[in-house]
Ligand binder design. Structure first.
Ligand code: PLP
Length: 393
């Protein structure tokens, strides 16, 4: 009998990938499935970005790069942060990694161990809770509530800090809710965190460019008071439709960058070189493709929210960012997992149960609107018909 380490028994997963596999299996058997499950843009990576990677390969960039990323890329990230957020950043504090998830993993490994507590959003990206559990730390949920637009409440977050709290994970705009925490609330939170100087903050801002109705991104990076203990997570996956390239970055405090870089050297050595050259082109080249993608998501957002609110038993607050709708399904009397399974297998619509994002997701369903308006409309019809049949109407 093999004896594995205890942590591996505690690690969770991301159900969206399981839904995707089940949807693909149904499609392979000839069934029509509309995929509103997986969280990835349905656009292609912009052509100029693809060309930059091809050129990098042709130019001979086949070897290891510096573990923290090629200097031109880290400079491009720093320039982008200055232009977008009006903040000065030292490129030597940037660690380029294979996807946003890696910054999350490293941050939790750096602070999580038995006896420590880590606060994380719930419902939230499922990997937060999973890695905290793996690390041996206690995962302390921060419930995000519909009546609050799924935004963080500063008072609530601060009330959960104990002497054992080492790290707080924040995410706005958020997966799975599309919730956006307003600046006034972030101001209050940072004010309160001034009294907790031994607590680190991981701010997952991977959807920072996907905002609607004229909202501007509020980055934790804009608060000098917490810069010495802030880890910023961002990347190219969502903004530039580059999920499969595996390219992200963390901006680390001076005191932590060496530890993070060592984790990278121990884990993956460096990110593949052509992806890094593509990342430079993405940041420094024309941004029209990003604007067009966000405009397309905005149009789809309006269609999906209106469609969901027309279905008896469902109600959906309008998400302010990302590309997810998170309707309340409580009035149907059907549990989230049961609805996910029924919609996939009987109605041919892939969604993800709210419970896949933590226990506070019960009574909700996540729908990714990274799909065409025609498909979203067809999915709404299928969902409405399925629910009507289930409820004998
Ligand atoms: N953070 C959040 C909130 C996400 O939703 C995702 C991906 O779905 C990630 C991080 C990870 O992104 P990546 O694919 O770059 O690892």
């Amino acid at each position: 009998m093999l004896k594995t380490a205890a942590g591996i028994g505690r690690i969770g997963t991301e159900s969206a990938f399981e839904v995707l596999a089940r949807a693909k299996a149904l499609e392979a058997r000839g069934r029509s499935v509309i995929n509103l499950g997986i969280g990835q843009p349905d656009f292609q990576t912009p052509e100029n970005v693809v060309e930059a990677a091809v050129k990098a390969l042709r130019d001979g960039h086949h070897g290891y790069t510096p573990a923290n990323g090629i200097p031109e890329l880290r400079r491009a990230v720093a320039d982008d942060l200055r232009q977008r957020l009006d903040v000065e950043v030292d490129p030597d504090l940037i660690l380029v990694v294979p996807g946003g998830k890696v910054t999350m993993f490293f941050a939790v490994l750096m602070f999580g161990e038995a006896g420590a507590e880590v606060l994380y959003p719930n419902p939230g990206f499922p990997i937060y809770e999973s890695i905290i559990a793996y690390s041996g730390a206690r995962a302390v949920p921060i419930p995000l509530l519909e009546e609050n637009g799924f935004a963080f409440s500063a008072e609530d977050v601060l009330s959960r800090i104990t002497p054992a709290t080492r790290l707080i994970i924040l995410n706005s705009p958020a997966n799975p809710t599309g919730g956006v925490t307003p600046r006034a609330e972030v101001d209050k939170l940072v004010e309160g965190l001034a009294n907790h100087r031994d607590v680190a903050i991981l701010s997952d801002e991977i959807y920072g460019r996907m905002l609607y109705d004229g909202r501007r991104h509020v980055s934790l990076l804009q608060y000098p008071k917490i810069r010495d203990r802030l880890i910023l997570l961002d990347g190219w996956s969502k903004t530039y439709a580059m999920t499969g390239w595996r390219l992200g970055f963390g901006l680390w405090p001076k005191a932590l960058i060496d530890g993070a870089t060592r984790l990278a050297i121990n884990c993956h050595s460096c990110v593949n070189a052509p992806a890094q050259y593509a990342g430079i082109e993405a940041l420094t080249g024309p941004q029209r493709a990003v604007d067009e993608m966000v405009a397309a998501f905005d149009a789809r957002r309006k269609v999906i929210v209106a469609g969901l609110n027309r279905i008896p038993g469902l109600s959906c607050v309008t998400p302010g960012g990302a590309f997810y709708a998170f309707p309340n399904i409580g009035a149907t009397g059907i549990g989230a997992k049961e609805m996910e399974t029924g919609l996939l297998e009987e109605a041919g619509v892939a969604t993800v149960a709210g419970t896949s994002f933590g226990r506070h997701g019960e009574g909700y369903l996540r729908l990714s609107y990274a799909n065409s308006i025609e498909n979203i409309q067809a999915a709404m019809t299928r969902m409405g018909d399925w629910l009507a049949a289930r409820q004998g109407r």
